[in-house]
Ligand binder design. Structure first.
Ligand code: 2AM
Length: 179
């Protein structure tokens, strides 16, 4: 089985900015720089023939390149913070691409996670009770001025996630060019 997701990988200079943002926040641990990405769809565990079908469906997507800007920061999970992320400035082209990816993967037979698409780049995942909520909220509020980009999105990627003891390894399976 292949644990798969579709994402936009980020240019090196954008990742470097995200690392600076991570360092400004009181995070018990950080998503490693090489794992920073913007998820378009999480596909879960796919049998290999299905992964092959999904690959062909993703390859048939036609969309133009677009510009993206990362902006601000946020917390998922409310009072019980689960993760901290960088936000994304509104980008209809990104929403369209995420929809096309979910539709293509769904038609190929995968079941993309049905949760609403809230574009973000996860900076840290937290264990229950690990974060000092007030301190974290203050730091995230102080980071609202964060901006990185705009940068050009010219491709999206099908990744295989290998879960490690303390960090995941994301293997690029295929890259699909836009335009
Ligand atoms: P996240 O950044 O919000 O955690 C690889 O695991 C990617 O798929 C992550 O970026 C993760 O999003 C996303 N993802 C979405 N739903 C998921 C799920 N149910 N389990 C694991 N990862 C999920």
């Amino acid at each position: 089985m292949i644990r798969a997701f579709v994402a936009i990988d980020l240019p090196g200079e954008i990742r470097a900015r995200l690392v600076l943002l991570q360092d400004l926040l009181p995070l018990p641990r950080q998503v490693p720089e090489e794992n920073l990405h913007l998820t378009l769809a999480f596909l879960g565990e796919l049998a290999e023939p299905l992964a092959e079908d999904v690959h062909h469906a993703l390859g048939a997507i036609r969309a133009a390149p677009f510009a993206l800007t990362l902006r601000g920061a946020g917390i998922f999970g409310g009072a019980e913070a689960r993760s901290v992320h960088a936000g994304v400035a509104p980008a209809p082209a990104l929403d369209h691409l995420a929809r096309k990816v979910a539709t293509a993967a769904g038609r190929a037979g995968a079941r993309p996670a049905g949760r609403r698409f809230i574009p973000h780049v996860t900076l840290a995942r937290l264990r229950p009770g690990e974060a000092d909520p007030l301190r974290l909220e203050r730091a995230v509020a102080a980071a609202q001025g964060f901006v990185a980009g705009p940068f050009a999105v010219t491709a999206f990627v099908l990744y295989r996630s290998h879960l490690g003891a303390d960090r995941a390894h994301h293997e690029e399976l295929a890259r699909y060019r836009l335009g």
